[in-house]
Write a protein that binds this ligand. Sequence first.
Ligand SMILES: Cc1ncc(COP(=O)(O)O)c(C=O)c1O
Length: 309
Amino acid sequence: MKNLENLEVRNNPIVKIGEQIGFPNSDVYAVLEYMNLGGSHKDRPVSRMIKNGIEAGDIDENTTVVDYTTGSAGISIARICRAIGLKATLVMPSDITQEREDLIKEAGAKLILTDKTGWVRESVNTALEIYQSNPNHYLLNQSANPGNKDSFHDLAYGILAHFKDGKPIDYFIAASGTSATVVGAAEVFKRYSPRTQIIAVDVSKSPSTWALKHGQKFTHYPHRLYGTGAGAASPIATAGIGLIDEVYRVDDDEAYETCRELIKNGIEIGPTSGANVMITREILHQNPNARIVTVFFDKAERYKSKGLC
Ligand SMILES: Cc1ncc(COP(=O)(O)O)c(C=O)c1O
């Protein structure tokens, strides 16, 4: 098995985006997580979870890494496993995006699609069955694996180190699925920058993090804000919900519209990043002088088959 060291994620650029999002004099920034080798923020947790598995002796050169995914983590798992010489099996609901299916398969992983009516729950159950019935298989279990959340501490440290003018960060805004990004970053912000409000963004059609925060029932309707709204609370979200100050909901169609509008201004991002921009704008309307940092998770090109660009 090859070494993971060279694939580990370091700090990505943090860029000012006020001009492109229609608030030219604002103090607003995005971390370009799409610049990771796997094209999304998921390189962070995937490399961390695999490294932890190797160090614990649970993963060796004969292991097949298994997990459920809506695609971003699956692409990172497939690419990282290929790079270090491991096999990977990913389980994903059908009807996510053709691009995600292609990228996973092109990286040499086995892809199993579950019935779209069963959504993420069905993929979780299938991944569990594969893990339990096959020797030498290791389930990453991303929605409960502490390595997922811990890997985002470095994201927050990178953000804090970027700003050297003494002005605090008022808001950190991130779309939430497993909630690892928002909870992992929050653990660092709450300690070193307690004034920073932590804002999670969820899909309005079937919000999970929002339902957890507000004690509401979980629903699950098909939507296109892939990576959010899995129809259940992840264990990471359940443990960390107290660190999230507020959860905003966005309509997935409006998130696509926002992405299409931003493309004309030179920002080519996926729908969850577009959702982040929608909430950033909402907060700027209330508080135009706020310093806000958000995340650009992945790029628009992964959603062409769903009409994004
Ligand atoms: C494109 C995209 N954005 C945002 C998220 C949410 O990230 P997290 O699982 O860390 O909450 C995901 C999760 O799969 C995703 O795929």
